[in-house]
Design a protein around this ligand. Structure first.
Ligand code: ADP
Ligand code: MG
Length: 393
């Protein structure tokens, strides 16, 4: 397909955006989307998916695009929920917010006139009056749990109540429910009574999932190690229960399409941006956004923009992440960024200051910063890597 430049026609909200792509800005991923939309859009199937891929690669955007497309069918209710949107990170908050999302998604189908948030503030007697019909009884029972026994509801009934809510509503309304849980592996970090609940929640959700007839589960997550724990490895609860799809970086032609939609850039410039961003759409958008302010875009101004991006935006994006690492992890990740890839090379680069390098390499893998291939270690995010190269060991 010919990519046309639409310099004048692109309205402000369709330019480079840093939130998840919307229906106007979404490009690429057609194969993945078509498959998911077809399967999830089939009311007779409850096959689910697990998407994994690096941070900022476009998982959330893909989920939301699938949601938009599947939701066109009035008999399918699609709920998108990101575990990273939680604030307190407690199990109660998770169940409460997810329940509210499910109720709100079903609101129109149920003829509910109030949002879950308003319902939860309604006095219980009045709520009972409003919701005491057959279909709405499920909603009432769910809300009652959160309203009445705020303090010590047991974990199991909280999870069961929440994860059967969509399924029960689907049965009552003769619809299908699609539950999308973004950054799913982070559920193991939820807290109950001030302790992390850990892997037990995965098993619990898995056992509920087995009983679903009208719900499809879609999970997504960024870090390999946690997705392994939850979905991908043979020891994980969701192993072989979901169709696994990796979301990859953009190929060159899509980097080009994304940029040319808004900007007038010479081919050499597009190549440079593709190399710099490693095809990660977030960075392509970010560089694109910086270039909107440049009057004449050339290879030189692009390189200047990239350097400025690393110094200014890079500091904002990466400093906190970097500082959250231990001092040894920091040294190791910098030396990998600067070209040491084996434990021996890393040890040499640091003049043998750290003895148990393998242990720290494992931590860095668990945190999603590096990966291992053929006994060598590499940084996951090419832009973070460039930023790290500017740091001193
Ligand atoms: N298919 C796409 N088309 C256009 N832009 C995209 C696409 N996928 C992702 N992006 C852009 O990349 C950035 C990160 O995407 P996001 O979906 O949040 O990634 P992830 O969930 O994997 O971290 C956003 O700025 C978004 O606009
Ligand atoms: Mg995301």
């Amino acid at each position: 397909m010919l990519v046309t430049k639409k310099l004048v026609n692109v309205s402000d909200n369709e330019k480079f955006i840093l939130q998840a792509a919307n229906s106007n800005t979404f490009i690429n991923r057609q194969e993945l989307l078509n498959e998911m939309v077809c399967e999830l859009g089939n009311v007779n199937s409850n096959t689910g998916y697990a998407l994994f891929g690096k941070r900022r690669i476009g998982k959330t955007s893909a989920l939301k695009e699938v949601q938009r497309r599947v939701f066109r069918n009035k008999n399918i209710i699609v709920i998108y929920f990101s575990v990273w949107d939680l604030i307190e990170f407690t199990l109660t908050e998770f169940c409460k917010k997810l329940s509210a999302k499910i109720i709100d998604a079903y609101g129109p189908t149920l003829g509910l006139k109030f949002k879950a948030k308003e319902l939860i503030q309604t006095p219980i007697a009045m709520l009972k009056k409003i919701l005491d019909e057959r279909e709405l009884k499920i909603v009432y029972n769910n809300l009652e749990l959160f309203i009445l026994s705020k303090k010590d509801i047991d974990e199991n009934s909280l999870i069961e109540n929440t994860f059967y809510l969509g399924e029960n509503l689907a049965k009552k309304t003769n619809t299908k429910c699609v539950l999308m849980l973004d950054e799913f592996p982070s559920v193991i970090d939820l807290k109950a009574n001030n302790n992390k609940i850990g892997g037990s929640i995965l098993k619990k959700i898995r056992s509920i999932f087995e009983n679903w007839q009208r719900t499809s589960l879609v999970l997504a997550g960024s870090t390999r190690s946690t997705m392994n724990l939850a979905v991908l490895s043979s020891a994980s609860p969701f192993y072989r229960q979901l169709i696994v799809k990796e979301v990859n970086a953009f190929e060159y032609k899509y980097t080009k399409q994304l940029l040319l939609r808004v900007l007038d850039i010479p081919e050499a410039g597009i190549k440079e941006i593709h190399k710099f961003t490693a095809g990660i759409p977030f960075y392509i958008n970010f560089i694109g956004k910086c270039l909107e302010r440049v009057s004449k875009i050339s290879l030189e101004t692009i390189k200047e923009t990239e350097n400025k991006f690393l110094q200014e935006e890079g500091n904002i994006l990466f400093t906190e992440e970097f500082n959250s690492l231990s001092s040894k992890e920091r040294l190791i990740i910098i030396s990998i960024a600067k070209g040491s890839h084996t434990p021996k090379e890393i040890a040499d680069a640091m003049e043998n200051k750290i003895s148990n390098i393998n242990r720290f390499l494992k931590y860095l893998i668990d945190k999603g910063h590096i990966f291992k291939e053929d006994s060598k270690y590499f940084i996951e995010d090419a832009v973070f890597e460039r930023w790290l190269r500017g740091k001193e060991i």
